[in-house]
Design a protein around this ligand. Structure first.
Ligand SMILES: [Zn+2]
Length: 376
């Protein structure tokens, strides 16, 4: 057998920002393949609940049955229990019927309009048979009403399903099932999952010093996002003002030297001022320094590189992506918390790797098994 090489790495995660429906984190010391696997699992393979079967009893609204069923499917449901539930196709309690407590949650909706005013039927009219599963916006409203400091939004009427006029009625039974985004987007728990390669930016300082202030400004502004800036601490005006001021004092001091040759203090003062002046002149050479303000604002658009070439200064800046550092932005639909989305995705990824490990064949998966076992 070929010698096994270990590719095992120990990725590190650092959370930058965490809210219920949003998380931003760094993933370091791993490969792009792992970052991308994590992204794809978050989008398409973390299970949630969504309405999957609708039995219409009465529908005299203007929308047809299929239209209403589709709209119901797209309502996000609180899915904290989804990981522990069964897929209806694998459920042996109901033989794949998909209507038992292990694999489904039942909803009822019964609304009739008896007034002259148009009645909005919303997600708030859905009655759940489970205490933990309900439309996400309804759950938010319950939480918000318990918190006296929360804002009172006039938009808290739920997700609109259909509008009814006098005499119209909608009565139905709906079954929510566990599913994944790969089967239908209604089961995807993620609104956004993106990652960017952390950029590494090197400015050629020597070449940069050959640019005039106007050229530097033009170059900095050529980036569509604010990646670079001119360091305000090294602004030229500031430097020049002080150089001029000190020069006056130095000349003044020197003129007085022959007249007050006995006055040692005055002489020292003059020397000190001259030295100070030289030092500031030195500083003035390094003014208007171009600095990296926000490397992560860089979108790999290469505008600054093109601009440098157009100015006849190729190699002014070098930007390349770090191959082992990624910055993730994850937004949840509210079905599960963003932090839960990430940890569930890692769990799903682990289960998938376990499945590969179980069916591994030494001859076919030599290198892969070495990777999974960390060599040895
Ligand atoms: Zn079942």
């Amino acid at each position: 057998m070929a010698e096994r090489v270990s590719y095992q790495r120990f990725p590190k995660v650092r959370i930058r920002e965490l809210k219920d429906d949003y998380v931003k984190f760094e993933l370091r010391e791993t490969d792009p393949s792992i970052a991308n696997a994590l992204r794809r699992v978050m989008l398409a393979e973390v299970p949630t609940l969504a309405i999957d079967l609708v039995e219409i009893e009465v529908n005299s609204s203007v929308l047809n049955d299929e239209f209403i069923a589709h709209r119901l499917g797209l309502i996000p449901l609180t899915s904290d229990d989804a990981m522990g539930m069964r897929f209806s196709r694998d459920c042996d309690s109901c033989d794949g019927d998909g209507q038992c407590d292990y694999c489904s949650v039942e909803f009822h909706l019964n609304v009739r309009c008896d007034s002259d005013q148009t009645l909005d039927v919303t997600s708030a009219d859905l009655r759940s048979t489970s205490p933990t599963v309900c439309p996400v916006d309804v759950a938010h409203r319950v939480l918000a009403s318990a918190d006296p400091n929360s804002y009172d939004s006039s938009d808290q009427r739920g997700i609109l399903i259909v509008k009814l006029r006098r005499g119209q009625e909608l009565r139905l039974r709906a079954i929510a099932r566990k599913g994944i985004g790969k089967d239908h987007a209604k089961w995807s728990p993620a609104a956004t999952v993106t990652f960017l390669y952390e950029p590494q930016i090197h400015i050629n300082e020597e070449l940069m010093e050959t640019l005039t202030l106007e050229e530097k400004r033009a170059w900095v502004e050529s980036s569509p996002t604010r990646v670079f800036g001119i360091d305000p601490n090294t602004q030229q005006d500031f430097g020049e003002m002080f150089v001029g001021y000190n020069l006056i004092w130095a000349v003044y001091g020197c003129l007085w030297v022959p007249l007050t040759i006995l006055c040692a203090a005055e002489f020292c003062f003059a020397i000190a001022m001259m030295l100070n002046c030289l030092q500031l002149n030195e500083l003035a050479l390094h003014n208007n320094e171009v600095v990296v303000v926000d490397p992560e604002a860089y979108t790999y658009d290469e505008e600054v590189i093109k601009k440098a070439e157009a100015m006849g200064k190729p190699g002014l800046v070098e930007i390349y992506p770090k191959e082992d550092s990624f910055i993730f932005t994850v937004e949840s639909t509210g079905a599960i918390r963003a932090s839960q989305l990430v940890s569930n995705a890692l769990e799903v990824l682990r289960q998938k790797l376990d499945a590969v490990r179980l069916q591994e064949d030494e001859s076919d998966f030599g290198e892969l098994s070495a990777h999974l076992h960390g060599g040895g």
